[in-house]
Design a protein around this ligand. Structure first.
Ligand code: XLS
Ligand code: NI
Ligand code: NI
Length: 441
């Protein structure tokens, strides 16, 4: 059946504008004024908000217990290239109406793949031309591209860490094509998230060899991209588990150790996802701070988990306290290195109106904007920074400074303890700080 291409997929949705706090229009921004300048930059430039192709335009709401609930009009097309083109048209209509400056995709999000490597390459090239035209027409840009090395059954034991070299080679073929597409589209970064780069059981796994293969694979991909003109940053996206029982890229500190061990640290930075941090038993802020301290705070996959569920629920962010605390670290770190804030989040299975996708993004963008504005006020006007600095004042001069400089011996520390007696009791004032944050909210 040949269907007439609809002119619009979201015809009842207007252009989403900033209307401020007086507005009660649910299809308007109340905080996200893209041109507002905070800490020397517009909100647009701070965040580089991106929508995730996979959740927004591929996720049909199906779950392990039930069929699709989201009916996408672009899926009516019989031929995969027609379907893919229509999906891209819908995606760019959405992106434009929401004033999202960026988007992100996996190879298989934009067009269906088969098991024929050369045919897949052609399909992706065809869609790359279409996306390039769309980017030119709308001004939207590609924040990052990636390859899906976890859905196809051949990757059931991993891709770069698969015990079978031929599977690894198939993964490499996909990465090559995804890198070509990213370069062609002027993509600013490239992401590696290895959902199956880990193990289900150690009984059948040579962990050392698998990690060496992963490092070799990343070097090989990076060298190809650099040879072909890619100037952007590569990101590793940590996650402790799911779908694997254990994922090697467990959390920020683990990934930093791996990148250093295998000499990948300059080219690779980190993409931190909120719900992955909590799955690793950390807070989002812990992961941000760890990455900032190592100089690898590259990008953010924004979402939130559920306190009762132990999996990646990928809900849209709406927790103002959590994001305000995150924005304190974000601002103090000087923002993200190359990346942006990608909404790696999906509307719920029973959110079935076309408006729902808009409400979700509007709420999330407003949450980030509001949190950044509050965090900036806290840093500018409150005692927050001063209090944190003063806690460490004893290391700023005298023996404390000498200790930091590595001048003191263990005997010197002992003598200092004897000379100065019992330390004064000093409060960490956690509740005072928590109240301070709420006061600014
Ligand atoms: C899944 C990951 C995935 C990456 C991109 O949990 O978050 O969506 O962001 O492969
Ligand atoms: Ni993600
Ligand atoms: Ni995730």
């Amino acid at each position: 059946m040949k269907v007439e291409a609809p002119k619009t997929y979201f015809q009842d949705i207007p252009d989403i504008k900033y209307e401020g706090l007086e507005s009660d229009n649910p299809l308007a921004f109340r905080w996200y004024d893209e041109n507002k300048v905070v800490a020397g930059k517009t909100l647009r430039d701070h965040f580089k908000f991106a929508c995730a192709y996979w959740h927004s335009f591929n996720d049909t709401g199906a779950d392990p217990f039930g069929e699709s609930t989201h009916q996408f009009p672009w899926n009516e097309y019989k031929f995969s290239i027609d379907r893919a083109r229509a999906k891209a048209d819908a995606a760019f209509e959405f992106i434009t109406k929401l004033h999202l400056p960026y988007y992100c995709f996996h190879d298989m999000d934009v067009v269906d793949y088969t098991s024929d490597v050369a045919d897949n390459d052609k399909r992706l090239q065809t869609l790359t031309s279409h996306l390039k035209q769309k980017q030119q027409d709308t001004g939207a840009k590609l924040l990052w591209g990636t390859a899906n090395l976890f859905s196809n059954k051949r990757y059931m034991n991993g891709a770069a860490t698969n015990p079978d070299f031929l599977v690894l080679a198939h993964g490499a073929a996909q990465v090559k094509a995804a890198l070509d597409a990213t370069i062609e589209l002027g993509g600013e970064n490239y992401v590696f998230w290895g959902g199956r780069e880990g193990y289900m059981s150690l009984l059948n796994t040579n962990m050392k060899r698998e990690k060496e293969h992963l490092a070799r694979f990343l070097h090989t991909a990076k060298d190809y991209a650099r040879r072909n003109g890619f100037k952007g940053t590569f990101f590793i996206e940590p996650k402790p588990a799911e779908p694997s029982k254990h994922q090697y890229d467990y959390d920020v500190e683990t990934v930093v150790g791996f990148l250093r061990q295998y000499d990948l640290i300059g080219d690779f930075k980190i993409n931190i996802e909120v719900n992955h941090a909590t799955l690793a038993g950390h807070t989002f802020t812990h992961e941000l701070q760890a990455a900032a301290d190592h100089g690898v705070l590259g990008s953010i996959d924004a979402n939130r988990g559920d306190y009762q569920n132990g999996w990646d629920t990928d809900q849209f962010p709406n927790n103002i306290n959590e994001i305000t605390e995150a924005m304190l670290i974000f601002l103090e770190a000087g923002g993200l290195q190359g990346g942006g804030v990608n909404f790696d989040a999906k509307i719920r299975r029973n959110s079935t109106d076309p408006q729902d996708l808009f409400y979700a993004h509007i709420g999330a963008m407003d949450t980030f904007a509001r949190a950044l504005i509050i965090a900036d006020e806290i840093l500018q006007n409150s005692e927050y920074k001063k209090f944190r600095q003063e806690r460490y004042a004893s290391f700023n001069s005298g023996k404390g400074k000498q200790f930091e400089e590595g001048i003191l011996k263990l005997e010197d520390l002992r003598q200092y303890a004897i000379d100065n007696g019992e330390p004064e009791v000093r409060s960490g004032r956690q509740e005072w700080l928590e109240n301070l944050i709420n006061r600014y909210i």
